[in-house]
Design a protein around this ligand. Structure first.
Ligand SMILES: Cc1cc2nc3c(=O)[nH]c(=O)nc-3n(C[C@H](O)[C@H](O)[C@H](O)COP(=O)(O)OP(=O)(O)OC[C@H]3O[C@@H](n4cnc5c(N)ncnc54)[C@H](O)[C@@H]3O)c2cc1C
Ligand code: FES
Ligand code: FES
Length: 515
């Protein structure tokens, strides 16, 4: 039996003692169904979804796509942030079991009340006819439960926008969503059933490790260092190991490409990498900070990033995935790199030899090739804070608003002295093998007056900057044309005389992009 259920009894020996008693490998321990689950001899790359269904025989959580897209597998993780419990939805199909260590896992079975009654999130779905075939329902219910618990804890009820955001990661082929949205309001009208957060916090504190987790099974090792020094030492010792952050890219290597990963070094427990701090005129974001937290902090300085934040995948993906993982993966169609490059962000690389900081654009050499040594990790990204002379926008073109990969991403940053462009930085994704600056376009902008003639010259120059590909997301012609149209949109939104508000331009750009 791989999983041991310890019931209400929590082993008080501490995890270090456990590891010593058994040699190097320690069991994974987490809370589920109100009990401590202790795991040994489970493949470190087994998904939480498969573990729930196959090992715990809890089959409420469903598999739809196995790639983080549909939300049928949505579960909620509870973890300590300081002394507070935070709840967040994640896609169980692309999370590995050892990541559960020290956390609480909530699946749909956990919503049943002591007397067998449904939770308000479930009862409201019944009353509003929010379920037809039912395959998506457990996932929706978990997203509803999460947003319900967060609102109940704050003494609020969620508005329509918050509810829609919470459900961005859940797809339903049957209901048309209206009944589900109604259920999301109705659940607050039913008698309140709140999670006992202080009790959960106390139990999670008991699970806290006093040293890093090293878990070995089936000849493979999952190491979760707790300090940067420990992480870079582990990386130096095993440069071939897979560095794991939020698993939203890596999960697909296993599920879709059927890759077998050897050793894994998990960065999600490294305290230094989970920090954000303003220093030297920049916001430094540790590589372990989730996309949800990173973008939440960034939009306070750059409200222009809000649409990009909302359009980056879905809430469960943003709750697990990291900005560091987006940068390290370096996909040419990743959302964050164009605006990070346009803002002249720097990336901090760390190894046992020390740290070095380089401009982000210098990280990318060629398709999936980076200027990183085998023993280096991405430790942080430093995003310069805005200055009053900056005009900045970033845009994403994709077929769907939520949860879709971009055909083209563009970012523009101009530093103006009056109406004169002192400095111009323009970067695109989706139009070259790497996220890349538009050198000819920038040259057509720098030193000129920010007016229609300059915008037209830059529009023409852009044609020399990229040779886009045709693929399943878009044709070469579409990418070339829309790249230019996005520049034109930027001009209309930021021109010195009478800039158009972004909302007015949505209609215009839809027409221009189709042209
Ligand atoms: C359904 C779905 C939708 C998505 N939508 C979008 C989208 O809209 N826009 C977008 O840009 N991306 C999207 N992605 C891709 C993915 O979510 C992002 O690239 C995410 O930022 C990856 O972060 P992660 O922490 O999950 O990385 P992981 O999957 O853990 O790792 C990704 C890569 O980076 C490496 N890595 C991670 N951290 C470090 C580090 N600190 N140092 C060195 N190497 C490291 C890993 O070894 C691996 O090679 C989507 C993915 C899914 C499954
Ligand atoms: S099964 Fe579709 S998101 Fe996990
Ligand atoms: S009820 Fe059938 S997929 Fe949602």
């Amino acid at each position: 039996m791989a999983a041991v259920d310890h019931g209400e009894q929590l082993d008080q020996r501490g995890n270090g003692a456990h590891a010593r008693a058994r040699g190097r490998s320690a069991p994974i321990r987490f809370l589920s169904g109100g009990k401590v689950i202790e795991i040994e001899n489970v493949d470190p790359c087994k998904s939480v979804l498969n573990f729930l269904r196959e090992d715990l025989r809890r089959k409420g959580t469903k598999e739809g796509c196995a790639e983080g897209d549909c939300g049928a597998c949505t579960v909620v993780l509870g973890e300590l942030n300081g002394d507070r419990v935070e709840l967040k939805t994640v896609n169980a199909c692309i999370q590995f079991v050892p990541v559960l260590d020290g956390k609480a896992l909530f699946a749909v079975e956990d919503l049943r009340q002591g007397d067998g009654a449904l939770h308000p999130a479930q009862q409201a779905m019944v009353q509003c006819h929010g379920s037809q075939c039912g395959f998506c329902t457990p996932g929706f219910v978990m997203s509803l439960w999460n947003v319900y618990q967060d609102n109940v804890a704050r003494g609020t009820r969620c508005g329509d926008a918050e509810l829609r955001t919470a459900l961005t990661g859940n797809l339903c082929r049957c209901t048309g969503y209206r009944p589900i949205l109604e259920a999301g309001q109705k659940m607050f009208d039913l008698p309140t059933v709140a999670l006992d957060r202080p009790q959960l916090a106390a139990r999670l504190r008991q699970l806290r490790r006093d040293s890093s987790l090293v878990y070995e099974s089936e000849g493979r090792r999952f190491h979760a260092p707790r300090t940067l020094a420990e992480l870079v030492a582990a990386r130096a010792a095993r440069p071939q190991a897979t560095l794991l952050a939020g698993c939203t890219d890596i999960g697909l290597w296993v599920n879709k490409q059927f890759r077998t990963l050897a050793d894994i070094i998990y960065i999600g427990e490294v305290a230094e990498l989970k920090r954000m701090q303003a220093r030297d005129g920049a916001l430094a974001i540790g590589a372990g900070v989730t996309l949800s937290d990173a973008y939440a902090a960034l939009v306070k300085h750059y409200p222009q990033l809000r649409a990009m934040w909302e359009r980056f995948a879905s809430v469960p993906i943003r709750n697990a995935g990291t900005l560091g993982g987006n940068i390290a993966n370096g996909s040419p169609i990743g959302d964050s790199m164009p605006w990070l490059i346009a803002l002249h962000s720097r990336v901090v690389l760390a190894s046992a030899r020390g740290t070095r900081t380089i401009a982000l654009e210098d990280l990318y050499l060629d398709y999936m090739k980076k200027s990183m040594e085998a023993d280096e990790i991405v430790a942080a990204v430093e995003v310069p804070l805005p200055t009053p002379d900056l005009r900045f926008r970033t845009y994403k073109l994709a077929k769907r608003y939520d949860s879709d990969i971009a055909a083209v991403c563009a970012a523009f940053a101009l530093w103006l002295d009056g109406d004169r462009i002192v400095r111009a930085r323009v970067a695109y994704g989706g139009v070259a093998a790497i996220p890349k600056r538009a050198a000819a376009c920038e040259a057509a902008l720098a030193g000129r007056t920010w007016n229609e003639a300059t915008a037209r010259a830059a529009y023409a120059a852009l044609a020399a900057d990229y040779t886009p590909l045709t693929d399943m997301r878009a044709s070469q012609r579409y990418r070339a044309k829309t790249s230019q149209n996005l520049l034109w949109r930027f001009y209309l939104e930021t021109r010195v005389a009478a800039p158009l508000p972004a909302t007015a331009l949505d209609v215009f750009s839809a027409v221009a992009e189709a042209a």
